[in-house]
Design a protein around this ligand. Sequence first.
Ligand code: SAM
Length: 245
Amino acid sequence: MTEKTTHFGFKTINEPEKQQKVGEVFHSVASKYDVMNDVMSAGLHRVWKRFAVDVSGVKAGDKVLDIAGGSGDLSKLFAKKVGQEGSVTLTDINASMLAVGRDRMIDAGLNVPAMQCNAEQLPFPDNTFDCVIVAFGLRNMTHKDIALKEMQRVLKIGGRLLVLEFSTIWQPLQKLYDVYSFKLLPFMGKLIAKDAESYQYLAESIRMHPDQETLKQMMQDAGFDKVDYHNLNAGVVALHKGYKT
Ligand code: SAM
């Protein structure tokens, strides 16, 4: 029997290898992840994340699940929104990334539990959360359809999913963006994180990720209603939102 294949950046690999390879990327970059985000986006990732929180409709008392939450930027912002009566749970498959996030929550004095889990098999009952967010995580998952269905399952009726992710840039800017992605990004990765390869993977994985309309359809296929998206910075990033009804 031939094994199913998938993409790891531009490479075609057997499906079971993907999780391990993605794991290696994030173990390698975890300690430099936050500084690299600021440098490579010139601080813009903070604006994108704030925008996601602003359009989430999350209010005091809500229960929020941060999937692939890594170093916890979104968990931190949502914790302030939901207040003492609400809750935020930070999750990630990668122990190194999660450790950075967990320490940041403790240092900020926030009561945000950190749990290691795979988005494709969430350890939560059905109908638990008012809002689920996955920021820059979906792209790295092997079975995005299964992960999206899991996100739908754990949402309460009326709850919403936010997917913040790199997407397809406005065509006239594509050439310039390619130079930035394939020349500058790996260079910065080498300089700061001592790891050019992981940032080459980042650039490639963005190109392989479903575009705005395809992701919208995937969310609909996973059972989400009223799915729509905002392009940010000419489509460098898109924020998709959908409801469980
Ligand atoms: N959400 C954070 C942010 O926006 O800064 C971190 C994003 S980081 C680019 C991607 C994260 O996805 C990594 O921490 C990685 O470990 C996590 N990840 C990849 N595959 C995953 C999976 N199957 N389940 C849960 N997390 C996953």
